[in-house]
Design a protein around this ligand. Structure first.
Ligand SMILES: NC(=O)c1ccc[n+]([C@@H]2O[C@H](COP(=O)([O-])OP(=O)(O)OC[C@H]3O[C@@H](n4cnc5c(N)ncnc54)[C@H](OP(=O)(O)O)[C@@H]3O)[C@@H](O)[C@H]2O)c1
Length: 332
């Protein structure tokens, strides 16, 4: 049997276990032009909380009873298409489920020569692409710039900081524990780290970079971003990647926050989506893979074992319990 996690009910505020339900169905048979895939790793990402919310978004919201949105790394078990053979590793947006029969063109190849297959939904997948294009195409840092990044030890933030270092930036990460802060400085080579739960972010930024922040890669919004805005340099750039501090809010705060800082500093603020750069993803995948191979970039995965543990892991992600790219290992 196939198992799928569905959104049983729409959460209000923090999701709970009751918002999710497992539904079983027979493993499907692929039709002409389709492949049957078995999930190896399931990616858990903050944007999934957005899909559980009704109301305007860049994507259609989930309805109650629908399979939770998501991308997996999977292996082809049956193929009715000449483009895929049994045993190929692919990634596909089949949601939180163990098996699926899908049109072959939706099953994108995962090249095992670029890195371990789990990275196909991590540093060599959507989060890695987000970091690469958000930094290099939206923020466009110059050598010597001070780059600040929030959720800095996470799937996106850790890559942003390291590509920033490769590009000659002075990199400051903001994260939610001393362990995460130590990791980004000692292991990833960031120049400074601030624990937003125990330190005054604004004062620490001013101390670490008295000339201000030239580039801010915003993954979180809320009070952390307020503090960074107080420290923006003249003609600085802000990339709005994510606002995770707001995702569980039943009524997200409305209205401007510290926008006066942007006038004083003539800052440019730009929101972006990783798919804005989709045509260039393959180039970035190879570049990041090369950086991993030559040791300029490291990555960390937080792998939770067992399909049944996905909701608990996802709830933990929104509370900062993950340390690195969060994955669920579903099968061997
Ligand atoms: N625009 C796009 O196309 C795009 C694509 C991918 C991801 N994103 C966004 O990028 C951000 C990071 O995603 P990710 O996959 O790399 O996740 P992640 O950083 O691996 O995990 C999320 C982290 O966010 C931090 N966090 C949670 N609540 C917070 C709060 N109230 N204030 C500050 N930090 C909080 C936690 O770390 P701490 O312990 O440090 O608090 C948590 O570990 C998310 O906002 C996501 O929606 C956007």
């Amino acid at each position: 049997m196939n198992r799928a996690w569905t959104m049983a009910s729409r959460p209000s505020g923090e999701p709970t276990a009751e918002n999710f339900a497992i539904v079983e169905s027979p493993i499907p048979e692929p039709k002409h032009g389709e492949v049957l895939i078995r999930t190896l790793y399931m990616s858990l990402d903050p944007y999934m909380r957005g899909r559980m919310r009704s109301g305007p978004s860049y994507a259609t919201p989930l309805q109650e009873g629908e399979v939770m949105t998501g991308e997996v790394v999977a292996v082809v078990e049956k193929s009715e298409s000449p483009s895929h053979k049994v045993g190929d590793t692919v990634r596909a947006g089949i949601g939180w489920q163990e098996w699926a029969a899908i049109p072959a063109h939706i099953a994108k190849p995962v090249d095992p020569d670029l890195g371990p297959v789990s990275t196909g939904v991590g540093i060599l997948g959507m989060p890695g692409m987000t970091a690469y294009f958000g930094l290099l195409e939206v923020l466009k840092p110059r050598a010597g710039d001070t780059l600040a990044v929030s959720a800095a030890s996470g799937a996106v933030g850790a890559v942003v900081g390291q590509i920033g270092k490769i590009n000659g930036c002075f990199v400051i990460g903001v994260a939610g524990s001393d362990e995460k802060c130590k990791y980004i400085v000692d292991e990833l080579g960031f120049d400074g780290a601030i624990n937003y739960k125990t330190q005054d972010v604004s004062a620490e930024l001013a101390r670490l970079s008295p000339t201000g922040v030239d580039c801010y890669f915003d993954n979180v919004g809320g009070p952390v971003s307020d503090a960074v805005f107080e420290n923006l340099a003249l003609k600085s750039r802000v990339a709005i990647c994510g606002q995770i501090s707001q995702y569980n809010a039943a009524t997200p705060p409305q209205g401007p926050r510290n926008m006066g800082a942007l006038i004083r500093t003539r800052t440019t603020v730009e929101g972006f989506l990783v798919y804005d750069f989709e045509l260039q993803h393959e180039i970035a995948r190879v570049r990041i893979s090369n950086w991993i191979k030559d040791g300029s970039i490291k990555y960390k995965e937080d792998v939770v074992d067992g399909f049944e543990n996905a909701p608990e892991a996802f709830i933990g992600l929104l509370a900062g319990k993950n340390f690195g790219k969060l994955l669920v290992k579903v099968s061997e």
